[in-house]
Design a protein around this ligand. Structure first.
Ligand SMILES: [Fe+2]
Ligand SMILES: [Fe+2]
Length: 440
């Protein structure tokens, strides 16, 4: 046999109604270990063998009673389409052999009497054709199967990647939420802390919040980045945190009434303020602004006698806002907004950065408009349970013992409503919450 590396055994089938022909044919392959010979004396028997065995090559006589070779091969083709079919025919029957080739899909015909070597060669070549066909089919099936497997892996991979992306997005969202919550907690902590400062220093009411609102407004007009604005607001809210360590007697006096010892104590508060917030990493930048909020533009301030642009911009902003609020809300010497602005204008270039005056003026005017309410609004007093989001608070909201819960001018949202409800529950106030309500 030709190339047969796996020593596969191939079945061949001879069909002839003459026993001696079958015997002669069988004898030709008796020594070939790779070939098993089946014989049948009729087309009908041949089909039975074909149904039960994998036959590589059929060699069939053309002239047989009941079923001719052409008819048999036609049927054989339906049972086993891959097997190679050969017809044996006499010289007189060439037309019938053509019929077998056309209808039965015969590979070729061999004429009787045959030459043994030719016949053996033809059968061996036919076995090779069958083997290649079978191998080809096997490889095609394998490729198809591997393709399906690849497709499956691909789909699974895609699904995995998608799932992983969904998980990562979810984790990212959770981290963002957590981060937001931490930021909110820090802000609430800062507000609570600045409320404590105000409880300690009775000369100022809602001073920190007003300075924070004015400073934030100026920083916004200067076009600073979101994080810079945030930093300035935080520093403004905590700018006087260092006053917690100052004795009461110093706090209740005006600056020009202080003795030199008291003044020495007072000027420590910016550095103390910076030291107080320094342990909180997120507040360190704000701490630097707190340190310099009493520096003067001409270099005559404290604690470091910085001048001009050497004073951090945030500190220069807080300084003008601080002064404006102290002039307009400070005890007996309270000034009108216009007079207070004039005082600051006269100190521009000396105590304050002259570049900031215009912006302070604008922000202060806007604030006044909010504070006095719109022309079509009336002031109403509500209980905490009746508060609605979107309303503007017309007076500072304080708990029963005077702790500031919300400054006037703030817009109600779900969070600050909740804060006030809690504040009123823990430390009830006799009055309600005053808000502006539109009349049309
Ligand atoms: Fe201060
Ligand atoms: Fe202050």
């Amino acid at each position: 046999m030709t190339d047969n590396p796996k020593h596969e055994i191939f079945n061949i089938l001879f069909v002839d109604d003459e026993e001696n022909v079958l015997r002669s044919l069988k004898r030709l392959f008796i020594d070939d270990d790779n070939i098993e010979v089946f014989t049948a004396s009729s087309g009908k028997d041949g089909l039975d063998i074909l149904k039960n065995n994998e036959i590589a090559v059929i060699v069939s006589d053309q002239r047989m009673p009941e079923m001719s070779g052409a008819q048999f091969l036609e049927k054989a083709k339906k049972v086993s389409p891959d097997c190679v079919r050969i017809v044996l025919t006499g010289y007189a029957d060439v037309n019938a052999a053509m019929d077998a080739i056309n209808k039965g899909g015969a590979f070729k015909y061999i004429t009787k009497p045959w030459d043994d070597t030719d016949l053996m060669l033809t059968v061996l070549n036919s076995i090779e054709t069958y083997r290649l066909k079978k191998e080809n089919r096997r490889l095609t099936e394998l490729t198809k199967k591997q393709n399906e497997e690849l497709k499956k892996w691909n789909t699974e991979l895609e699904f995995y990647v998608q799932q992983h992306t969904v998980d990562l997005t979810k984790q990212n969202k959770e981290l963002n939420n957590l981060n937001e919550k931490l930021k909110r907690n820090l802000k609430e902590f800062i507000t609570a802390f600045s409320n404590l400062i105000e409880l300690r220093d009775k000369t100022v009411r809602s001073h920190s919040n007003t300075v924070a609102a004015l400073s934030g407004g100026i920083a916004l007009k200067l076009g600073l980045s979101e994080s810079e604005i945030e930093n300035i607001i935080v520093a403004a809210q905590l700018h006087d945190v260092g006053k917690i360590g100052i004795p009461d007697i110093v706090l209740i006096k005006d600056a020009d009434e202080l003795t030199s010892d008291e003044m020495e104590e007072y000027i420590k508060h910016p550095v103390r303020g910076q030291a107080a917030v320094d342990p909180v990493e997120e507040l360190r930048e704000a701490g630097m602004l707190i340190r310099s909020h009493h520096e003067w533009y001409d270099g005559n301030g404290f604690p470091d006698r910085l001048s001009g642009n050497k004073i951090p911009l945030g500190s220069r902003i807080i300084a003008v806002a601080d002064k404006l609020d102290r002039l307009t809300s400070g005890g007996n010497s309270r000034l009108s907004l216009e007079s207070a602005l004039n005082v600051i204008k006269s100190l521009s270039g000396i105590q304050f950065d002259p570049e900031l005056y215009g912006m302070l003026h604008e922000v202060a005017k806007e604030k006044i408009t909010i504070d006095s309410g719109a022309a079509d609004a009336v002031e109403v007093e509500l209980r905490p349970k009746d508060l609605m989001t979107g309303l503007i608070v017309s007076r500072d909201v304080r708990s029963g013992t005077g702790l500031l819960l919300l400054r006037k001018g703030a817009t109600l949202n779900e969070r600050n409503i909740e804060t006030m409800k809690r504040g009123y529950h823990i430390d009830p106030s006799k009055s309600g919450i005053f808000v502006w309500k539109r009349t049309r």
